[in-house]
Every structure is written in structure tokens, then in C-alpha cells.
Design a protein around this ligand. Structure first.
Ligand code: NAP
Ligand code: GLV
Length: 321
């Protein structure tokens, strides 16, 4: 009996997402299963049992009548949630140590960059100025992590280990050792009040859309040892009100920001973010999905599923993440 095809559907032009490379990796780990790169005019849609996808266009997955599971090749499923015709089969997201470790690297890099005054020190170097400013210890700074899930909880633990005070905010009550945990709308103000560096690792859902706005920034610790609070967003661009971020950087409500994600990607050439002196930006590469690690993760899950065991990291469609 045929094993059922794994269809690979990738809508991205960046180097990490070269579709041919993903196909080769899937073929190496899928034990003889046919792997079809879409679009494939010779493919019978009925033979597709599994789909591994990154940003498929709405409607693309509805073409497969015998689909058994969808594997999103990233942690965030907001692009899939927007597809009203998404087949009603389990949707699995990425939650693996490889991706988690990459995001924690990004968070630590950017928290330390702002804490250790790197924007000021690089400017001093360019201007040949030997003028060190007082350096606070990590223990004087509170990093507030919005989203205490797979990624946020790991970053919080590593930041604690570096000596920062760490607070976290989630939807439901969470416990992370050494982290002051807050949850839900009633506790968000208390979370923001203690926060000097706000790290956002929330999923984009109808509830979190636009949550990074002036109201929130104005509630951050106004007596921050950094001078003014700092924003780091590596969640999704839709979480942020970009006009508010620019205005708050300009008027000092925010002292600086690191952004990895944007409402429109690639970031348009005329965006003020490119040249803003208080902003550090990266092109949505805080935590790449590694073809080797993630193809193995998907192949292992398919094997488990076909052996009658449960899939892991299945998205709760009602919550949207
Ligand atoms: P996750 O394990 O699902 O965790 C999500 C966290 O957000 C949970 O703690 C959840 O609360 C919290 N949350 C969700 N809705 C909330 C709400 N309305 N109010 C308060 N808290 C809320 O997700 P993850 O694996 O950590 O990934 C987080 C996001 O990172 C992804 O969705 C994706 O958008 C982004 N990401 C970006 C990159 C990049 O390269 N920039 C890479 C990977 C992922 P509960 O714990 O109570 O459920
Ligand atoms: C990347 O943005 C991801 O969601 O994994």
C-alpha cells in the first residue's frame, strides 16, 4: 500500500527557505515516502496525506481531500489561522530545542545590547570619544517577558541565570523558577510597572493584535536605570502599533527598541525604522527554522502518528496558538 505523499509548500524567497533544500532533507528522513514540492502539476491531490508548510496562501491546503495532518514549519501559526478554508485536521507547530535555543540567543543578545549601552558605546567609538557612562549591574534591571510559552520561558530562565530580575506575563497562570509571574488582563499593569526591558514573545491572535502600543509603553517603569524603558519584539509584526513605536522613541516614552518582525515584511524601503538612531532591526531571523532539525521532527511525528500515538504541539484552533 502507498505510504501517502508528504507535500511541501513554502512561500518564501529567503535563503533559509530554499524549497529544494527542504525537499532533499525530507526525502532523507521520510523513509521512502514520496515528497512532492508544490506546485507539482503531476501530483494527484488525493495521494497527499501530510503537508509541511510555511506561509501557504489561503485555500492552498483545501485542495487535498485526504490530508491527515498539517505541519507548520515554524512556531507561529497566525498565517494558517487566517485561512478560513484550512482543512479540519490536526495542525502541528514547531516546538523544538533547536529553534528555542536560537530565540534565546536573540533575546539575550538584544537584552545585553541595551543593558550594556551598546548603542551609546558604538556611537562613541565612531566619534572617538572615551566617555564611559555608569554601568548598572544586571540585578538592577527587570526584563519583562510577554508570553511564557516554549520560547518565553526558556529565555526567562537564561536571563535569570545572567542575573537579571525577570517578570513574565501569560494568559493562564504559569510558574517559572525565579521569575515573577503575572497573567491575564487584570495583572498586565502590575507586570508592566516593574518592567525596564519589555521582551515580546506572544503569538499573534485576535486578542494580542496591536498589544504593543503607546498605552502599554507608557505603563513601563518610568524610573528605569536604563533612563527609559526598552522594547524588544520578536513575536510578530501584527503585535505592534508601528506609528506608536516611532512616536514613543521620538518623545522618550521608549529609550530604544529592537525589532525582528514588522507589519509588512520585507520592511518597505521608505520605512523610518531603517534609519532611526534608537532602533536595532533584524530581518525576521531571530529564530530560523533549521531544515535538518525540523525535517527530522516532522518525520518522527508522522511515524508516531501512524503507530497510533498522539501528535505533539498540536495547535488549539479556538485559542489561535
Ligand atoms: P507558545 O509556546 O504557544 O507560547 C505562547 C505564550 O503566549 C504562552 O505563554 C501564552 O499563554 C501567551 N499568550 C498567548 N495569548 C496571550 C494573551 N492573550 N495574553 C497573555 N498571554 C498570552 O509559543 P512560542 O513557541 O513560545 O512562540 C511564541 C511566538 O514567537 C510564535 O507564535 C511566533 O509568532 C513567534 N516566533 C518568532 C520567531 C522569529 O524568528 N521572530 C521565531 C519563532 C517564533 P499561556 O501560557 O497561558 O497559554
Ligand atoms: C518564525 O517566525 C516562526 O514562527 O517560527
Amino acid at each position: 500500500m502507498s505510504k501517502g505523499t508528504l507535500a511541501v509548500l513554502i512561500n518564501s524567497t529567503s535563503q533559509n527557505w530554499l524549497p529544494a533544500r527542504w525537499k532533499t532533507r525530507f526525502e532523507a528522513v521520510c523513509g521512502g515516502r514520496r515528497v512532492a514540492l508544490l506546485p507539482d502539476t503531476g501530483l494527484d491531490p488525493a495521494e497527499v496525506h501530510y503537508a509541511a508548510v510555511w506561509k501557504p496562501a489561503p485555500g492552498e491546503l483545501a485542495a487535498f481531500p485526504n490530508l491527515r495532518a498539517i505541519f507548520n514549519l515554524g512556531a507561529g501559526v497566525d498565517a494558517l489561522m487566517a485561512d478560513r478554508s484550512l482543512p479540519d485536521v490536526p495542525l502541528v507547530r514547531v516546538a523544538v530545542p533547536d529553534l528555542t535555543g536560537r530565540m534565546t540567543e536573540y533575546v539575550v543578545l538584544h537584552v545585553l545590547m541595551h543593558h550594556r549601552q551598546e548603542l551609546y558605546l558604538r556611537r562613541s567609538q565612531r566619534e572617538k570619544r572615551w566617555e564611559p557612562r555608569y554601568q548598572w549591574p544586571a540585578s538592577a534591571v527587570t526584563v519583562g517577558v510577554m508570553g511564557l510559552g516554549t520560547l518565553g520561558a526558556d529565555a526567562a530562565v537564561v536571563l535569570r541565570r545572567l542575573g537579571f530580575r525577570v517578570a513574565g506575563w501569560s494568559r493562564n497562570p504559569r510558574a517559572v523558577e525565579g521569575v515573577e509571574c503575572f497573567h491575564g488582563t487584570p495583572q498586565i499593569d502590575a507586570f508592566l510597572r516593574v518592567t525596564d526591558i519589555l521582551v515580546c514573545l506572544l503569538p499573534l491572535t485576535p486578542e494580542t493584535h496591536g498589544i504593543l502600543n503607546r498605552d502599554v509603553f507608557a505603563k513601563l517603569n518610568r524610573n528605569s536605570p536604563l533612563g527609559a524603558p526598552v522594547l524588544i519584539n520578536a513575536g510578530r509584526g501584527g503585535l505592534q502599533n508601528e506609528a506608536d513605536i516611532l512616536a514613543c522613541l521620538d518623545d522618550g516614552t521608549l529609550g530604544a527598541a529592537s525589532l525582528d518582525v514588522f507589519v509588512q515584511e520585507p520592511l518597505p524601503q521608505d520605512s523610518r525604522f531603517w534609519t532611526h538612531p534608537k532602533l536595532v532591526l533584524t530581518p525576521h531571523n531571530a529564530a530560523d527554522t533549521d531544515a535538518e532539525a525540523i525535517s527530522a521532527y516532522v518525520a518522527e511525528q508522522i511515524a508516531q502518528f501512524e503507530a497510533g500515538r498522539a501528535l505533539e504541539n498540536v495547535v488549539d484552533r479556538a485559542r489561535g496558538y
